[in-house]
Design a protein around this ligand. Structure first.
Ligand code: SF4
Length: 152
C-alpha cells in the first residue's frame, strides 16, 4: 500500500485553497492500493490558510505560519492522525505501507528539502513533519520528483 499526499491527486487541501495535481502520480497509483492523506487538514487547518514553514528555534523545530502563529501542535497532531489512518487501512486490508509519495518541499510532506522559515521561497535541508514520522518507521518516502526511480 502506498501513502500519497492528497494535493498531488488533486484534492484542494493546499494552503491557498488549490492543489498540486500531478498526472504521473495519479497514473502511478491507479490500480494500486493507496491512501491519500493531508496532514495539515487532518490537524484541523482549513483551506485556504496562511502559508506555514518550519523554523529552527529554541533548540527544536517549530512550524509557524506567515502571520506568526505557532502551528507546531496542529502539524504534529495531523501527521500522527494520518499515520494512524494509514496503518489502520493497511491493517484492515492485510497490507503494509510499502512507500509514500509526498509533495516536495512542504513543511509537512517535504523530503530532503523544506522551505527555510523566511517565506522567501528559499529551501533548506530537512524533511516535513509527516515525512519524518514515516521515515522513523523505516518506510521509504519519496516525492513527485523521484518516486518513479524508487518505487516498483
Ligand atoms: S503538501 Fe501535504 S500537507 Fe500540504 S496540502 Fe499537500 S498533502 Fe496537505
Amino acid at each position: 500500500m502506498i501513502v500519497v499526499s492528497g494535493c498531488l491527486l488533486g484534492h484542494d487541501c493546499k494552503y491557498n485553497g488549490g492543489n498540486n495535481l500531478n498526472k504521473d502520480v495519479v497514473e502511478f497509483v491507479e490500480g494500486r492500493s493507496y491512501v491519500a492523506v493531508c496532514p495539515e487538514s487532518a490537524g484541523g487547518l482549513k483551506s485556504p490558510r496562511p502559508p506555514a514553514e518550519q523554523i529552527v528555534m529554541d533548540g527544536g523545530i517549530k512550524v509557524m505560519d506567515k502571520e506568526g502563529k505557532d502551528l507546531t501542535f496542529e502539524f504534529d497532531a495531523g501527521a500522527s492522525r494520518c499515520l494512524v489512518d494509514a496503518l489502520e487501512y493497511a491493517f484492515r486490508h492485510g497490507e503494509v505501507i510499502d512507500a509514500a509519495i509526498l509533495k516536495a518541499n512542504s513543511p509537512s510532506c517535504g523530503v530532503g528539502a523544506v522551505y527555510d522559515g523566511t517565506f522567501s521561497g528559499t529551501l533548506t535541508e530537512g524533511d516535513g513533519v509527516f515525512a519524518r514520522k514515516l521515515m522513523d518507521m523505516g518506510i521509504g518516502v519519496y516525492t513527485e520528483n523521484n518516486f518513479k526511480e524508487n518505487i516498483k
